[in-house]
Structures are given as C-alpha cells and as structure tokens.
Ligand binder design. Structure first.
Ligand code: PMP
Length: 443
C-alpha cells in the first residue's frame, strides 16, 4: 500500500534538511527518494516498511548488515585501535591475506593501507611519479578515479568532471577509450584487430609525449571500464597497452576499486581477465563492506621510492580496527563463496538481460561479467543514440516496483548492475521480470 502521510513526511523532512546542509554539487538520486531505515543482505527496507532489491551497492559486497563484520568491528574497538606507527599483529595479518590474492610469483609484495579509493589512486600516482622520476600520467577518456586533486585530475568523464576537460593539469594526458561498442573502432568480442588499433593509438600518444619531453610515468585505467557501465576491454588491448607503456619506461596502474575483489566472478581481479599483471593496484570500496578502507599494492622497489619524498603516514590507514574488518570481509567472501555466487547468479542475470534485448529494441549491448553488468539503453542500435531520459524514467519506475538500480556512463544511459555479491537467483529473476514489465508497459 501507499506510505502513510507521516511516513512520507519523514522522507520529505530529511530532503529539506539535506537541502540546508549539502553543497549543490553533492549528488543525490531519484526525484523523490525513499528514506532507508535498514539493510539486510541485498535488500533495503524504507521507513514505510517497503523492501527493495538493492542492485547497485557495490561497496557492501557481502550485503548489508553483515554480522561477521559487525562482530569483528565491535570486538576490536573494545580491545585496541591505534595507528600504524605502533606494533600490533592485525596490520601484517591483513596485508598478507591481501597479498595472497595477487598473482603468486609476481612482484606485487607490498601493501600501503589508506581510507578510500581516491586516496589509493592519489598515492598510486605519487608512487609512480616517485619511482620513475617522471610526471606524466596517461588516463583513458570517460574514467572516474576519485575526487582528490590528483585522482580528480585523471578523472576524464565529462559527466563527473566537465570542468577538468578544459582545465586539466599539464601532467595528465588523456588517451582514447577502447570501447568497442561505441568508440572510434568497433567490432565483435573476438575481433583482436579492435584492441590492437586502440593500443596502437596509445603507442602513438606515448611517442608524441616522449618527443615533447613528457615521458610517461604511469598509465592508469580500470581493467574493465566501470564508469562506462562495465564495458569489457577489447581482446588483447590491455596486454598490448601495458607492453607499450613499459617499453616507454612507464608503470601500469590497475584501478580495481570497482571491478576487483571477486565481483567479476570468473576472476578475483579485473586485470586477470586480460592476462596481465599491473605494477600498481588500487583497491577500496568492498574491502571494508562499508567501513572506509583503501589500499595500494605494488612492488617493494616502487614502494620504497616514496622514501625520497620523506615519510608516509595515514592516521587511520591500516589501523587495527580497519584491518580486523578487512580480514572479516575476506573470511566471509571465502566462507560464503561469494565470488562463485557472482559467477553463477551473474550469468543468470546476464542471460535474462540478453533475452530482454531480443524483445525490446531499447535494450542495446549487455556489458560486463559476473555481478558487474551494464544494460545499455539506446534509441537506435546502429547509431547507438543514448536513451538517457528513458533510462532515468526506467530507474524511477523500477524503484516503485521494488528494484534499486541507477544509471551510469557519460551519457547516463546504462543501467549499472553491481549488487551485493549475495544476490540470489530469485532476486536476479525478480529484477529481470520487473525490467521486462517496465519495458512492456512503458514508464
Ligand atoms: N576509482 C574508481 C574506479 C571508482 O569507481 C571510485 C569511486 N567511485 C574511486 C576510484 C574513488 O573511490 P572513493 O569514492 O572511495 O574515494
């Protein structure tokens, strides 16, 4: 039934309070949002008692209200929380657990813990510049890497950072985004020439930069184009791109803040999909299941270059509390077999979306893998004209029907599907059924 007047007033009051205390640039979603009271696994419950399937909260990888995380947190904060200048066992234990997830035999043997994805990217850029003694960073178009000064400078999405398209610092070079669906070069999944052409263009960029005396320190990208809606990189692109960057003397940074940590299902890290090993990996969001943890994983040699800039210290980064939370998250991922669930339920969901594409013209490419999927909505599959207004209206209607999903990409025309990894087959089917209903009935 409809929420009672007082319950609706509650959400309205909260909106009014936000309007007073928020900056206008702070994002919010939905025309008239519900007020959320609690979450459980991949469900949200609002103040009217209404439940929703949460298809978008990728920070809570284990799902909302995870008891293992809650217990670890409350136990540790009662015992000890100090900073990494002091000796305690949790920091090494958590770092070793993280390193065990990286390709064994690689040089990725050192962990620096911070508090967010933006900080992780910022630190990764600093590490690359310190280790190479160079300044230039190459980022891909349409990327989001964070809000701090440096991570924002490599954020190239016109949606997130239109200002920086005009005012980008001169140490950033923006390379073409290898999107085989709507980019400069297009083609089928198995067509290796597409990836090769984008990589060749990147190589030409690197040559020009070198000729200008701006030799590359680092190349940063998401291993799957998260901000574009989970667009998988063309075959061979990342391998070719990394080889060219390394030949030019630069380091390769994989931003795994969104696509890493088991979400892809078939691999723990996004970069494994391309058969490459980065020099620097940035991680955050799901590490703490909502508790703020971020990190950079790299080689000892690269990490030690930071010493040339003095000491590195983050007051809360790597504290006993965040490490205990991080360990509890890894335990739960293993014990609840969440990566496997991402693979099986993700495949079921993608198959459902592909079936919708057969029947509804507005559904274009289905991006991604595992529980990182994107349903791209287009007015015309040939021209790929984005169905932006339609996507927003579809999200509003889906919310009324009990599904929380939001848009992404520069064109805001991709439904981003990145739920907690606990998503059940039943909830996946529910999402597909509701989307089918909206596409059939209109919005
Ligand atoms: N990198 C990527 C790929 C991200 O998606 C994000 C967050 N959306 C960040 C970095 C920044 O993370 P945070 O919001 O934790 O600072």
């Amino acid at each position: 039934g409809l929420p009672s007047l007082s319950q609706r007033d509650e959400a309205g009051d909260e909106l009014a309070r936000r309007a007073q205390i928020f900056a206008s640039a702070q994002e919010r979603y939905y025309e008239s949002p519900m007020q959320i009271e609690r979450g459980w696994r991949h469900h949200l419950v609002d103040t009217t008692g209404r439940t929703y399937v949460d298809m978008v909260n990728n920070v809570t990888g284990l799902g909302h209200g995870h008891p293992g995380v809650a217990d670890a947190m409350s136990r540790q904060i009662r015992i000890l929380n100090t900073n990494s200048r002091f000796l305690y066992r949790e920091l090494a234990e958590y770092s070793e657990r993280l390193l065990a997830l990286l390709p064994q035999g690689s040089e990725l043997d050192t962990v620096l813990l911070v508090n967010s994805g933006s900080e992780a990217v910022d630190l990764a850029l600093r590490l690359a510049q310190a280790a190479t003694g160079r300044k230039t960073v190459v980022a891909l178009r349409e990327a989001y890497h964070g809000w701090t000064m440096a991570s924002d400078a490599v954020t190239t999405s016109a949606y997130d950072n239109p200002y920086a398209l005009e005012n980008r610092p001169d140490w950033v070079h923006v390379a073409d985004v290898p999107n085989r669906f709507r980019g400069t070069y297009r083609g089928e999944a198995g067509d290796a020439t597409v990836g090769a052409r984008y990589a060749a263009d990147l190589g030409a960029d690197l040559d020009s930069l070198a000729a200008e005396g701006r030799d590359v320190a680092a190349f940063i990208c998401e291993s799957v184009l998260g901000n574009a809606g989970g667009v998988l990189l063309p075959d061979g692109y990342l391998r070719d791109a990394y080889a060219r960057v390394r030949t030019a003397g630069g380091l390769c940074i994989a931003d795994e803040v969104q696509v890493g940590f088991g979400r892809m299902g078939s691999s723990f890290w996004g970069f494994e999909q391309s058969g490459v090993t980065p020099d620097i990996v940035t991680i955050a969001k799901p590490m703490g299941n909502g508790f703020p943890i971020g990190g950079v994983i790299t080689s000892k040699k690269i990490a030690d270059a930071l010493a040339s800039q003095g000491q590195f210290f983050s007051s809360a980064g790597g504290n006993p509390l965040s490490c205990r939370v991080g360990i509890a998250v890894l335990d739960a991922m293993r014990d609840e077999r969440l990566q496997e669930n991402a693979a099986t339920v993700g495949e079921r969901l993608a198959a459902g979306f592909r079936e919708l594409a057969d029947r509804h013209d507005i559904v274009g490419p289905i991006h991604g893998e595992g529980l990182y999927l994107g349903v791209e909505l287009v007015r015309d599959r040939e021209t790929m004209e984005p169905a932006t207004a339609e996507a927003a209206a579809i999200c509003e209607r889906l919310r009324e029907l009990g599904v929380v999903v939001l848009t992404t990409s520069e064109r805001s025309n991709v439904l981003k599907v990145k739920p907690p990894l606990t998503l059940s087959a039943e909830s996946a089917d529910f999402m597909v059924a509701q989307l089918d209903r909206v596409l059939t009935e209109g919005w």
